[in-house]
Design a protein around this ligand. Structure first.
Ligand SMILES: [Mg+2]
Length: 388
């Protein structure tokens, strides 16, 4: 089997005004994604998805990556990944056995590579007639889920999160900076209310989106310890791994991070510094299924767990689900509670999320079929995803 074409389709999912929420990131007005298709001479087609600025990702996929894969066997996912990551130096890289990466080896380029890699794995699993998680070695047949939300201001956070518990989740995550802005006192009050709202038997996580400095993060963590927080996500900037390690040493709350890291090399920096307890690669950013498995193995060797970041499109959620099912040291999967039709209504088939558990389909590949009207329904809209 040979690859004949690699193409990309930018998509957007506007958020209606009444469904928008505001955090430190600003107000989200839409979600973007880029679908990636890999076609073959045998008619089998792989579906992947990427994050990143859609027209830029589209250009990278079609002008930079597609020519590298023309004529390759899509079953050779390791070879394809090395070619994409090394670019023009793929031959010396593969001959020597060590990566000599392309100059633009992070950011949008890596997001584009990740999208292509997911499509290759979907294709490979379809060609073999196996659900992707089975091809990857299948650690389990279902995975515990957590409800990811918690934007409501003040005490309303309690009702919002209790609503997710009523939907069957026994783990929930809330944002540190709610719609009413940030202060240590305000956040501590919201988390106290949230703990009261969900009760003692529920795992409660908090996420600061990397918006705090080290001393504020430590001050907040100390205040939150009494509410039995299961993890404190991205307390400080992803560019401050030493600062993150400092926060981790100062609190008994486990530290989670990784959604904005690229490649196993970024994760190595986190692990070497002892900066993280729960490793959160985003499969569409960290480098696809291929690279995310390496990251999970590295975390496993340190006795650390993986909880994939899963946001944006249905393709990304499906890929994250298969990764989670096949990764022994994964314990939980993110399920967005935001208004996201591009995550939940992109496919003809529904995701099976019941009683706080995600179950995979038994169909080959990622196991999902794009709806006929996806291109019109999620037509790309120019402009940023967040406005301040
Ligand atoms: Mg997060």
């Amino acid at each position: 089997m040979q690859i004949t074409d690699v193409s990309a389709v930018p998509l957007s999912d506007p958020v209606p005004e009444e469904k928008r929420h505001r955090t430190d990131l600003g107000t989200k007005v839409k979600s973007d994604a880029v679908l990636v298709f890999v076609d073959t001479d045998e008619g089998v087609r792989g579906l992947g998805a990427s994050l990143g600025t859609p027209p830029v990702v589209e250009a990278v996929v079609e002008h930079e990556l597609a020519p590298l894969l023309a004529g390759e066997d899509p079953m050779d996912t390791e070879r394809c990944w090395e070619k994409l990551y090394a670019g023009s130096r793929w031959k010396p890289s593969l001959d020597s056995g060590y990566s000599q990466p392309r100059e633009d080896r992070r950011g949008v380029t890596l997001e584009a590579i990740a999208g292509v890699d997911i499509a290759l794995w979907d294709l490979k699993a379809k060609a073999l007639g196996l659900p992707l998680y089975k091809l990857l070695g299948g650690a389990r047949d279902s995975i515990r889920a957590y409800a990811s939300g918690g934007w409501a201001p003040g005490e309303a956070a309690a009702d919002e999160l209790a609503g997710y518990v009523e939907q069957g989740f026994d783990a929930v995550k809330m944002r540190v900076v709610g719609e009413d802005g940030f202060s240590v006192d305000r956040t501590a009050a919201r988390v106290e209310a949230a703990r009261g709202g969900v009760g003692d038997g529920v795992d409660l996580m908090v996420d600061a989106h990397g918006s705090l400095d080290v001393s504020t993060a430590i001050r907040l963590a100390k205040r939150l310890e009494r509410y039995d927080v299961s993890w404190f996500e991205e307390p400080v900037s992803p560019d401050d791994h030493p600062g993150l390690a400092e926060v981790r040493r100062a609190t008994e709350i486990p530290i989670a991070t990784g959604e904005r890291e690229f490649t196993r090399f970024d994760f190595r920096s986190l692990l070497d510094r002892g900066a993280v307890d729960v490793v959160q690669p985003d499969v569409a950013r960290a480098g696809g299924i291929t690279e995310s498995r390496r990251i999970a193995a590295m975390a496993s060797a340190r006795g650390l767990r993986v909880a994939p970041h899963a946001w944006g499109s249905g393709v990304l959620f499906a890929a994250s689900m298969h990764l989670a099912l096949a990764t022994p040291n994964c314990h939980i999967l993110e399920v967005s509670r935001a208004h996201m039709p591009m995550l939940f209504d992109l496919f003809e088939e529904e995701f099976d999320v019941r009683d706080g558990v995600v179950r995979p389909p038994d169909r080959p590949g990622l196991g999902f079929t794009l709806r006929d009207d996806y291109a019109e329904r999620f037509k790309y809209v120019e402009g940023p995803e967040y406005v301040f």
